[in-house]
Design a protein around this ligand. Structure first.
Ligand code: TXA
Ligand code: MG
Length: 351
């Protein structure tokens, strides 16, 4: 299949919206930008088109996908029994990186929900994609536009790397702002529950939902626990090289990383470091990528997936990743880092 790659700008914006929406209406696949990560889009009400999305990604069929909407009217055609709290969350966080799970209406094809009676919906915060959904007049099915198991794409180039020849069009619109996938909150249960942490943090949501819970598999990574969100149980964000996560106090992390480097001198080692620690590795003969300041976890989130992909591109044998405290944005960053490291964690003693 030939994949058309379009970098949008002010001049070709309307024309690209029209072209992409025609493809969507014909049941074709269009990669679209959002503020979180790029999505692999298809007409969410067309079961065959959605099956093609799974095939292009190599995604397991029991992992449901998110629907992207451009209006509340569109949302209300997709769900039933929408709880009152969702009005407030929509007002505060949409368009934005928050996906809500509701009981589904009967227009949703089974391919979207993988047989569940609930559906995940969000309104993305990107002008192009909101225009595309509107022009297509249908919700866009949109899992992240990566090969299943790899880091989610935060640039058009990442999508091209994974999906060239497998989709009809890739619409590139620069880097995504957030860099991690949306927060997923289940509103179909008695006590709303976070199934995937993201930029709309637990702390932000709890301000409106006092009985908010969080799926215990996010906090503890025991293999005995089965995550409530089907996608969370799969191998994710796996870089080509083995990766290890270092936690504890900052000095401990650096000390343990250096010890590890000393024991593995024959290997080509990549270090994912915060700005504050980069110079610690000057004399270590390792390849360091700067994720941004420890004081700005939004920056760290923004660069994380691109950095993991960069290590794949360069080709290293081992990746050592600095860890963070698991609160606010740190919870989402650590959730992705733990998965990237297949839960191989070198724990320090201080916290
Ligand atoms: O930021 C994002 O959410 C991106 C952009 C493109 O919008 N999309 C994204 O989609 O990350 P995806 O398919 O890669 O992740 C969707 C997650 C999966 O973990 C899936 O299992 C979960 O949401 N999910 C979808 N429907 C669900 C449902 N009905 N119940 C529980 N979990 C659900
Ligand atoms: Mg994904």
């Amino acid at each position: 299949m030939h994949t058309e790659y379009i970098e949008i700008n002010e001049i070709n914006f309307d024309e690209t919206v029209n072209k992409a929406s025609e493809l969507i209406r014909e049941g074709k696949l269009v990669v679209f930008p959002t503020e979180t990560v790029y999505g692999l889009g298809a007409d969410g009400l067309n079961g065959q088109a959605v099956r093609n999305v799974y095939a292009a990604k190599g995604r397991p069929l029991d992992n449901p996908v998110i629907l992207h909407v451009s209006s509340i009217e569109m949302l209300d055609r997709l769900v039933v029994d929408r709880p009152e709290i969702s009005d407030l969350l929509i007002e505060k966080f949409w368009p934005g990186p928050l996906t809500m799970i509701f009981k589904k209406s009967n227009i949703i094809p089974k391919e979207i929900t993988a047989g569940l009676d609930t559906v995940a919906v969000r309104m993305p915060n990107r002008k192009f994609t909101l225009s595309l959904i509107k022009a297509s007049d249908t919700p866009l099915a949109g899992p992240s536009a990566n090969t299943s198991g790899k880091s989610s794409p935060t640039s058009g180039e990442h999508c091209r790397h994974d999906l060239d020849g497998k989709v009809d069009m890739i619409v590139s619109d620069g880097d995504t702002e957030v860099g991690l996938e949306s927060t997923v909150i289940d509103l179909s249960v008695k006590n709303p529950m976070i199934l995937r942490p993201g930029a709309v943090t637990f702390e932000m949501l709890r301000a409106y939902i006092p009985n908010l819970e969080i799926d215990s598999t996010i906090l503890e990574s025991s293999s005995d626990l089965i995550p409530k969100s089907p996608g969370q149980k799969y191998k994710h964000y796996a870089p080509d090289a083995e990766a290890l996560l270092f936690t504890g106090g900052n000095e401990e992390i650096v000390r343990n990383m250096k010890e590890y480097i000393a024991k593995n001198r024959t290997k080509k080692i990549g270090v994912l470091s915060t700005t504050e620690n980069v110079s610690e590795f000057d004399r270590e003969n390792v390849l360091v990528l700067d994720m941004g300041s420890r004081d700005n976890l939004n920056e760290v989130a923004h660069r994380l997936f691109g950095s993991l992909r960069e290590f794949d591109r360069i080709g290293v044998d081992l990746i050592l990743c600095e860890g963070f405290e698991e609160n606010e944005m740190g919870l989402a960053v650590m959730n992705r880092l733990k998965k990237a490291c297949s839960n191989k964690i070198i724990k320090g003693e201080n916290k």
